[in-house]
Ligand binder design. Structure first.
Ligand SMILES: OC[C@@H]1[C@@H](O)[C@H](O)[C@@H](O)c2nc(CNc3ccccc3)cn21
Length: 447
């Protein structure tokens, strides 16, 4: 990519978080428990027995955090709404105090000219709905659309962009196939139906929004190029299977109105014959696609790995983050240009991109995080290269504003631009925050 490239005027520079990871006080003011509250409080499920009970204390510190965002020069902030704060039972009675928290947060953002991007679902299903079957229940799409409608009516005058569901793949696979995320199920038949119901829920929310919304709505997908570890036919076929499993399983129904044929091979008898009317409904006209990009898959054929027979392995001598994910910025350009060439070049926001590293201890009120600085510069440069090659990229959100609750990893993995001190939740800027501030001020020039 040529140096000195500046991103188009109006390009959105943001940062992202999610409710259960940053808010804390998950049961405050009448909120109902979520499946992640239950999962984290189940011994052995989360590293170190960590929970989101305190997290970053954002529920009470949100004005302080909005001020940090304004200092960075963010033009947008992506956050999620905890369904159980608004509907403690998941359906029915609205908890006004819960809704008011998000009204106050949105107003604080707008006071600082920061546009809210609201994610309706970032994995924290009300436990009361899980007791009714959760995402496995075909009515879950209706539960979600009814919840979404309440938020659309309350906030659409102030919220310009809505994300229905964050990473259906993680909900279906980590939550219902591998069991390492809430609700901790391990059942392939469940996982494929949960994915279908999540996509139907997205479609129902889009249809609901189309009838009363005035701005943009989309979905956020974790997308990851899959590259064979050798040029053997077996490894190439394994990479193709893993590509269908991670990328095509979502992109093809959403943009082409069909599941990849490989899904029936991957899941065998667990894969049902979904009604074509439902798949047609999933191909809904959303306004944008959110892309959560972190790394690529380096793939070897391995029949022992279920259900794909494809193992994601570490590439020898490759740079990796604290999550073990390869640092591979070119994969972001690849994904964005694949959306251009194979999926109709939809408007795209990079709704998450970032890295966890073993940050050094704070010195003189700051954390030096050179690897995160390099990661962000390289990936924003890769995004710029995709724009130059014709991708319709509208914005970029760093994951994450704050070090936060990293799901089953607890607080051990830090993705933040700001360090959060576990003892008192105080915030401390990292060098990457200063770097991102400079990138925003220069519109990405020089990357
Ligand atoms: O792991 C970092 C973030 C996480 O904190 C966000 O809540 C979530 O939206 C998120 N998605 C990915 C990429 N997908 C993924 C893949 C494997 C395990 C977990 C997430 C990374 N992240």
């Amino acid at each position: 990519m040529s140096r000195g490239h500046a991103f188009p005027s109006g390009f959105i520079w943001g940062a992202a978080t999610s409710a259960y990871q940053v808010e804390g006080y998950p049961l405050a003011d009448g909120a109902g428990p979520s499946i992640w509250h239950r999962f984290a409080h189940t011994p052995g499920r989360v590293a170190g027995g960590a929970t989101g009970d305190l997290a970053c204390g954002h529920y009470h510190r949100f004005r302080e955090d909005v001020a940090l965002m304004a200092e960075l020069g963010l033009s947008a902030y992506r956050f999620s709404i905890a369904w159980g704060r608004v509907l403690p039972d998941g359906r029915g009675r609205v908890n006004r105090k819960g809704l008011d928290f998000y009204l106050r947060l949105v107003d604080a953002l707008l006071e600082h000219d920061i546009q809210p991007m609201v994610t309706l679902y970032h994995w924290d299903l009300p436990a009361a709905l899980q007791e009714r079957g959760g995402w496995l229940d075909p009515d879950s799409a209706v539960w979600f659309a009814d919840y979404a409608q309440i938020l659309f009516r309350a906030l659409d005058d102030r919220v310009q962009a809505w994300v229905t569901i964050n990473e259906p793949w993680v909900v279906a696979v980590l939550g219902h196939l591998e069991g390492v995320h809430a609700p901790g199920h391990r059942d392939a038949r469940e996982a494929v139906r949960v994915m279908h119901h999540l996509l139907l829920a997205h479609a129902e929310a889009c249809a609901t929004y189309g009838a009363l919304g005035r701005h943009q709505i989309g979905i956020a997908l974790n997308l990851e190029p899959q590259h064979p570890a050798s040029d053997s036919e077996a490894d190439r076929a394994a990479a193709d299977r893993r590509d269908a499993f991670i990328n095509g399983w979502l992109l093809d129904p959403l943009f082409h109105g069909r599941y990849p044929e490989a899904m029936a091979d991957i899941f065998g008898s667990a894969w049902p014959d979904f009604p074509s009317t439902e798949i047609d409904r999933i191909r809904c006209p959303a306004d944008f696609l959110g892309v959560n990009y972190y790394s690529r898959g380096w793939v070897r054929d391995d029949p022992a790995v279920q259900p794909t027979g494809a193992a994601r392995i570490e590439r020898p001598n490759a740079p990796v983050t604290a999550m073990g994910w390869e640092v591979y910025p070119r994969g972001l350009t690849e994904i964005l240009l694949r959306l251009k060439t194979q999926y109709g070049n939809p408007p795209v926001y990079i709704t998450e991109n970032g890295a966890a590293f073993e940050d050094s201890a704070p010195t003189a009120g700051r954390v030096e995080d050179p690897r995160r600085v390099a990661y962000l510069r390289e990936h924003i440069g890769a995004a710029g290269a995709a724009i130059q090659a014709g991708a319709d990229l509208r914005g970029y959100f760093v994951w994450s504003l704050l070090d936060n609750f990293e799901w089953a990893e607890g607080y051990a993995k830090r993705f933040g631009l700001f360090r959060v001190d576990p003892s008192d939740q105080s915030r401390l800027p990292k060098a990457s925050a200063e770097c991102y501030k400079d990138i925003i001020a220069s519109h990405g020039a020089g990357l």
